[in-house]
Ligand binder design. Structure first.
Ligand SMILES: Nc1ncnc2c1ncn2[C@@H]1O[C@H](COP(=O)(O)OP(=O)(O)O)[C@@H](O)[C@H]1O
Ligand SMILES: [Mg+2]
Length: 364
């Protein structure tokens, strides 16, 4: 399914929320495309939960507007917003069976017994929970309980699902498994999902759109690809993965390349999309896997190449991570294709691929 960024099912416009003197959400604007998996990613305390609760209607904004399906929902109570919210502590009713848990909302809505059974059965099947309907939550694993919580939210037939760190109570392996299931289900149902996490892997692997939050502010909105390879600022670059920063100055624009000079020499960067001018100070960002490393003791630095010395290495199975000192600067370099002789040591050359060096504009 292709998403239309102009078709936003949720529009958040200049929303601000204060708690006493704390500005938990600071003038945030975000469009959630219909049918998308949109993730709010950021460190603990950056305002993710507050923003979710504002969307769901558990908090009212102190400023700004929220629209759901083109309707302004400021002042509309949660149960009229069509936005079920699933939390980290998915809070199933412990004294009710799985069937009763899932059917709870349908019963309140006054559906007939046959209708309820039909809908619950559909959910049990969708979440592979058949045969468990008479058990109690404590008789299920964490992953199964999580699925019940999702079934309970989805059984009402809503078109938006809000998930606030729903996987953080699961162990690491199960988390990865449920991650895949959840994304598959979301795509199959085409249900717009707003997802909160502080885990970059989770965000990158599941999302269509990621909004990176920091201190109540959205620092960047983009696809996982853009967030990872074209971070707009140091915060995003650092939060989403490991990155090397290089202080540099634009020397010249030469055809389709930008030449930047820095302490180690010059780097030629592909020009695409940057609006920099000669003399401008910039910061370059390079991911560790975008630097290649080779044994060399001729001590010569060539184009896009630096001479250095390995200070430390760490074997991680699928790759070797090196810390390489080149003049004043230490680079982190990940080698995914190590030679069969094991970790290198001593003097090396590292080289940058100009297509994979990214310019952080306005951060020089
Ligand atoms: N009910 C509340 N009362 C007072 N301060 C709150 C409340 N909820 C959140 N905060 C504060 O607002 C900020 C954002 O919190 P939160 O939205 O829970 O962040 P996150 O979900 O990203 O961890 C934090 O500084 C937090 O301490
Ligand atoms: Mg939170």
């Amino acid at each position: 399914m292709s998403l239309n960024p102009n078709d936003a099912i949720i529009r958040i416009q200049n929303v601000t929320k204060w708690f006493g003197s704390i500005k938990a959400v600071d003038n945030v604007s975000l469009n959630v495309p219909r049918g998308s998996f949109t993730t709010l990613l950021g460190p603990s305390g950056c305002g993710k939960t507050t923003l979710m609760r504002l969307i769901a209607g558990f908090y009212e904004a102190d400023g700004g507007d929220i629209y759901i399906d083109c309707k302004r929902v400021n002042g509309v109570p949660p149960y009229k917003r069509n936005t079920p919210l699933v939390f980290q502590e998915y809070a199933l009713f412990p004294h009710m069976t799985i069937f009763e848990n899932i059917s709870y909302g349908l019963k309140l809505k006054g559906l007939s017994k046959t209708e309820i059974k039909e809908k619950v059965d559909e959910m049990l099947q969708m979440f592979s929970l058949q045969g468990m309907e008479n058990r109690f939550p404590r008789q299920l694993s964490g992953g199964q309980q999580q699925r019940v919580a999702l079934a309970r939210a989805l059984v009402m037939g809503q078109s938006i699902l809000l998930l606030d760190e729903p996987l953080s109570n699961l162990d690491a392996k199960l988390r990865v498994e449920v991650r895949g299931e959840l994304r598959e289900l979301q795509q199959r149902l085409g249900i717009t999902t707003v997802y909160v996490t502080h885990d970059q892997d989770e965000a990158l692997s599941m999302s269509d759109v990621i909004a990176v939050m920091d201190n109540g502010i959205i620092r960047q909105i983009g696809s996982p690809w853009e967030i990872y390879f074209k971070p707009r600022n140091k915060f995003v670059a650092n939060f989403v993965g490991t990155v090397n920063f290089i202080q540099a100055k634009i020397k010249e624009i030469a055809g389709s390349n930008i030449i930047a000079s820095y302490a180690g020499g010059e780097i030629s960067i592909r020009r695409e999309g940057y609006s920099v001018s000669p003399g401008q100070r910039v910061i370059l960002a390079v991911r560790p896997e975008c630097i290649s490393i080779s044994e060399n003791n001729d001590g010569v630095s060539g184009a896009n190449q630096l001479f250095g010395e390995i200070k430390k290495s760490s074997f991680l199975g699928h790759m070797i991570r090196y810390w390489v000192k080149c003049r004043e600067q230490e680079f982190i370099v990940d080698d995914f294709n190590p030679s069969r002789h094991g970790c290198m040591s001593g003097k090396v050359n590292i080289s940058f691929d100009g297509n994979k060096v990214h310019i952080l504009e306005g951060e020089g």
